[in-house]
Design a protein around this ligand. Structure first.
Ligand code: AMP
Length: 428
């Protein structure tokens, strides 16, 4: 299939060929036609599938083929969970509208609102926004979304994980009832389906699994290691392997900072990216990582979500995530566009139960290696994580408090059924 046969206008085809895309990705093939028909769409797709163009191209086609008055009310609103994703989506909107008379803007928190307000005043057709700043400016009467015709909710699952449900509901109330809605999510939990029901009107459902999330394309390995030897091991792996671009995941922001400092002391250029970093620091770290001046980027799950870093050769889980789906998201950052990727996990005794859950989710055993000098501690407890740290997420938690322990049991069984549901969603 070609982009021409999807019925996109000439200026869009020109922009697509300028980007160097030859054929539409599966999600683009599936999503573009119903969006062009004006249908609501529920799409199962994560970063790396080309989903951004999947909604942006037909949206721009519609807006440019149906021009409105010179004063530009916001006609399309794209809501994203993170600032980084908002910035990336905005770059795509700008690129694809190069040859169109369409104005776009991005707004997110953590930076001065003045330049954003000035841009909005000049008139904007397509607004990309994170929920907080959008509502903030709306409360100050600095923008209106009363004329929105197309609403896109990107990475809806992460929106919910980040606690944006109330904000999304507030945003919905500020838009006209009659509009087209497009919702994208990598996973489909009960809550996501509920949200979809409340937003979408008789949606067309489309699905695309990214090439890289078929876990086979990625070589995975687990290093069993003592907790206090993880830093030494990762430094050894990066130095001896001469890895140039490594994305490392830690469970906490403090962990990310600590590891970054140790890497830098060991002579490896590294930067941390997480929610406590200023927008400027995050943008700088990402730019450095992309241009090669920063070899290692240490990130938390939320900060890394949606980052578009093509052809990432190495992903390291310095700590396993306590939510198994996050493992799939993390390793999905490697081996993009058909390149081989390596996903390594440093696993200490207290992460054993997480590893088991992950293997169950991906339906395979991950190869294990032990490096001499970095052996696991045979006396370490297999109790999950340190006390006080995401305690309720731990499984197999032999808690002496009976109320606490029954709560944990509920969590575990609920999560188990969610896991199997999500797995089915992904496969169906
Ligand atoms: P996304 O899933 O939207 O974050 O896109 C992932 C990456 O794929 C981005 O770097 C896009 O520029 C790129 N991309 C999107 N569509 C295509 C296409 N049809 N052909 C080649 N690359 C694409």
């Amino acid at each position: 299939m070609s982009f021409q046969s999807l019925g996109l206008s000439e200026p869009l085809l020109k922009a697509i060929s300028k980007k160097g895309y030859e054929t539409p990705s599966p999600i683009q093939e599936k999503a573009i036609p119903p969006v062009l028909q004006g249908r609501d769409v529920l799409a199962s797709a994560q970063t790396g599938t080309g989903k951004t163009a999947g909604f942006t191209l037909p949206l721009l086609h519609y807006l440019s083929e149906n021009p409105k008055e010179k004063f530009r009310p916001i006609r399309a609103l794209i809501l994203t969970p993170t600032r980084e994703l908002a910035a990336q989506v905005y770059e795509s909107v700008k690129d694809y509208s190069t040859f169109l008379n369409i104005k776009s803007a991005v707004i997110f928190g953590g930076v001065n609102q003045k330049p954003q307000v000035a841009t909005l005043r000049r008139g904007v057709d397509v607004l990309v926004a994170t929920p907080g700043r959008l509502l903030d400016l709306q409360n100050q009467n600095l923008l209106s979304i009363k004329r929105v015709e197309v609403f896109v909710l990107d990475e809806a699952d992460r929106m919910l994980d980040m606690g944006f449900l109330r904000d999304i509901e507030r945003v919905m109330k500020l838009m006209p009832d009659k509009r087209q809605n497009l919702m994208f999510s990598a996973t489909f939990s009960k809550d996501i389906r509920k949200l979809a029901n409340s937003i979408l009107n008789n949606p067309v459902q489309v699905e695309a699994t990214p090439e890289n999330s078929t876990v086979d394309a990625i070589s995975q390995k687990v290093y069993r290691v003592a907790k206090n030897k993880k830093t030494g091991l990762i430094i050894k792996l990066i130095s001896e392997g001469n890895w140039k671009q490594v994305l490392v995941f830690t469970r906490t922001k403090h962990g990310a900072n600590r590891l970054t400092k140790k890497m830098v002391s060991a002579g490896i250029s590294a930067a941390a990216i997480h929610g406590n970093k200023s927008q400027g620091a995050r943008t700088k770290a990402l730019a450095g990582f992309k241009n090669g001046s920063v070899r290692v980027m240490v990130a938390t799950d939320i900060a890394a979500r949606g980052l578009d870093i093509p052809l990432l050769p190495h992903v390291v889980n310095f700590e396993l995530p306590n939510i198994s789906e996050d493992y799939v998201h993390r390793i999905g950052r490697t081996g993009r566009a058909g390149a081989n990727g390596q996903a390594l996990s440093l696993v200490s005794a207290d992460e054993t139960s997480y590893l088991k859950s992950i293997e169950k989710l991906i339906d395979e055993r991950i190869e294990v290696e032990i490096v001499e000098g970095f052996e696991p501690d045979p006396n370490a407890s297999t109790e999950p994580i340190k006390p006080g740290q995401n305690r309720q997420q731990g499984r197999g938690n032999r808690n002496s408090n009976p109320r606490q322990s029954s709560r944990n049991k509920n969590h575990a069984s609920k999560r188990k059924s969610n896991n199997s549901r999500r797995r089915n969603d992904r496969r169906n």
